[in-house]
Design a binder for this molecule. Structure first.
Ligand code: CDP
Length: 225
């Protein structure tokens, strides 16, 4: 008798700026052998590309022209999916102050979000092609728009003061409150906990405890790798 093939699972982790999405999804990707996809890094990479091309978030034609000229690819580095623009991996400038200040403005543009939709869904094919057992994708609209049928949908909250402290301790100039305000109030795919998602408040629990909650749910469907 042959063993039933393991399922291919999709884990969506959404939440506000510095809510712990990246750290928890990285650990989940290792524990269950899933491709780790940080969609915030995609919006950051596109923002850096837009700024390089001289596009402005307040001037839609410049954004459309710059978008039409970009060729997006994916490179798998370890367990992480990394965006390539015009065949080149994106650099450290995606965490720069200019990108922090501009990313939510570009991310509010429906045309820019539409340009990333198929690319993000296509990460499931990238995961399969590289032999992963599924993917864990983090962002703002993964459980609501990109993969509403994901096997697991988590939404991370944390007190804004605690999140600002975390970002500052990483040495970054970043206004998490202002980005959350922009991300929550935009018309297209606003940041919000989707119906049916599991909401986790990480203000007073540590990373291990967050990951333990997620792992316990996922392990019911897929044993740890
Ligand atoms: O790491 P942090 O939570 O601070 O932010 P990020 O995940 O790197 O995302 C940067 C920005 O990209 C967010 O503030 C959003 O404006 C945008 N974003 C989005 O609109 N939708 C996503 N799925 C992911 C990010």
């Amino acid at each position: 008798m042959t063993a039933a093939p393991s399922p291919f699972i999709i884990v969506a982790i959404d939440g506000g700026a510095a809510s712990g999405k990246s750290s928890s999804s990285r650990i989940i990707s290792e524990r269950f052998n899933l491709l780790h996809v940080d969609t915030g890094s995609f919006y950051r990479a596109l923002t850096a590309g837009m700024l390089r091309a001289g596009a402005s978030a307040t001037d839609l034609p410049t954004v459309k022209t710059a978008l039409a000229a970009l060729r997006l690819g994916t490179r798998v580095n370890g367990r992480s999916a990394e965006m390539e623009i015009d065949g080149r991996p994106v650099g450290d400038d995606i965490r720069s102050r200019a990108v922090n200040e501009n990313v939510s403005h570009f991310a509010a543009i429906p045309e820019l979000r539409a340009a990333l939709l198929a690319y993000q869904r296509g990460q499931a094919d990238v995961a399969r092609a590289h032999g992963f057992r599924g993917l864990v994708m983090e962002g703002r609209d993964i459980g609501s728009v990109i993969f509403p049928q994901a096997d697991f949908r988590f939404f991370l909250h944390a007190d804004p003061v605690e999140r600002a402290r975390r970002r500052a301790s990483e040495g970054q100039h970043d206004s998490v409150v202002e980005r959350d305000r922009l991300d929550s109030s935009r018309k297209t795919a606003p940041l919000a906990c989707p119906d049916g998602a599991t909401s986790i408040d990480s203000t007073h629990i540590n990373l291990e405890q967050v990951v333990a909650l997620m792992s316990a749910a996922i392990a019911q469907k897929l044993p740890a790798a």
